[in-house]
Design a protein around this ligand. Sequence first.
Ligand SMILES: [Zn+2]
Length: 597
Amino acid sequence: MRNTNWLVLALLAVTMTAVAQQSASAPQNPQPVAATQPEQTAAQPTQAQTNLAAPTTMDQVVDRVILREKDLIKFLAQRTPIVETYLQNLTQDPQLGPIPQDDHYFLGRMDLSESIDRSDFLQDKGKDKDEGMEKHLLGGLTKKFKFQYQPLGFSWMIFADRNDFDRQHYDFRYARREFLGDVRCLVFDLTPKKDAGRGRFLGRIWVEDQDFTIVRLNGTYAHPSRNAYYFHMDSWRLNLIPGYWVPAYIYSEEGDFTAGAKNKIAFKAQTRMWGYNLKTSTANDELTSIRVDSVKDDTPTAQDATPLAAEREWQQQAEDNVLERLERAGLLAPEGDVDKILQTVVNNLEITNNIELPRPVRTRVLTTSPLETFSVGNTIVVSRGLIDVLPDEGSLAMVLAHELAHIVLGHNLGSQYAFNDRMLFSDEGTYQNLGFKHIPEEEAAADKKAIEMLKGSPYAQKLETAGLFLKALQARAPQLSALLQAHLGNNIAENGTVTRMAQLATSAPALDWNKLDQIAALPLGGRVKLNPWDDKVEIVKAQPVAITSARDKMPFEVTPFYPRLSRYATASAPAVTTAAAPTTTATTANASPTPAN
Ligand SMILES: [Zn+2]
């Protein structure tokens, strides 16, 4: 009885919010225009839909969900976001539980126009070479159990069903109402119809209750064939632009370590998508990228550049060219707040060591997961994944000091990138066309200089955790070769041995996984949040959760995604506090609606 009453309330709420939505889209009350708003033509389908009558039955809600999904597929057809999958195969550790055994990394660009397709940033080499671009035959546990991880497979669940998301192929069963973050959702279980064919979505969808857009999908695909195996996936979308929720994160996990488990495959994988708003045409960008301002002479008596001034300008041009090219490829986040944090640490190192350079040192964030740093001229670049796993400011200072040392020692003099023809390559060719590796002698010299700078800085007392970080990295390095494979800079570890700043590890205390207050390295994804629409990065605001056992530490590990969802317009509004929605007995979407009186 109580359940029935609750359903009445739920339906009332659906009707009311839908009405509110209608009036909000009326001409006298236009939606706020944001800088990131998609072009008018692309936004029109939504505009048309908000004029539809508000659904009053669950049947009508399902119709709306289907319509909204088709609208999203159409909207994204013009987009080619970057898709990154990082996967850790797992092995069972008696003390720590499942830990990484080896890992794999895929970076590509998705083409969502006709079907879901992708092209790769990474050249095939070594063990994967024979399998070509799309198929990577990767080591299983024995020869008998070899598994093919097809990178495309991890991004299937950006949509429930690209081609046939409709009532002819699926049964929709309303389950309950639930809040995901600040967003009230209706939850439906989807099952493919008997004759719907292979590869149909089987699982649960969460639908926000204003426009009835899918915001989360959780499940798998039904009826695997003898040669294909469908992973389980949890797929999240974010409301980053008015009217659309764009696919952002997909977590995949397989494996069971209980006694007698038949399934020998065990892995965890994170798939991230970003770069939705990257411009694909380059012609106009080339014109606007000429930095007119920076060559303007603002001295009282205008004069030509001296040879030295010209040389510095030339260096700056090479640096700017590379940074702009990386940003356009979606590999570098636009300048933002995270840079300010990195910049502060660099400034601390510079001031306390009396370092004065002819051009200022800047910092930027690489959008990818593999742990790497490099510098382009006077700009230090640190990967998102590396910032994620660093335990504290001292270890961040260690990472930045190495690159600052290269700049101070004059190792970054290559100005070949001042010629613009060297920027003319496809985004997917970035790793083949750009590189900022140093010779081993320069690496050793930078380490030496960096340690000298750290010891003369405010971080001198914080180098124990930096050393511990290196020890933790060493403990995992043989299993994490893909995470430690740098694509533009020098590797932090070579052949399973950490080489970067190794001297700091020797003076650090012993690494002890069981010591709960010793946090040597963090899991991936905990610090830096990457906006999939505009590629901006920000520091995650989260209350740390108390660690209760060694298993909670999960250094360098892949964990599930659980973003706090919020609506675009209300993103900056205070969070709505509410109790979790009660679980009710499931009812079918086809049931006639309860009268609302
Ligand atoms: Zn280096």
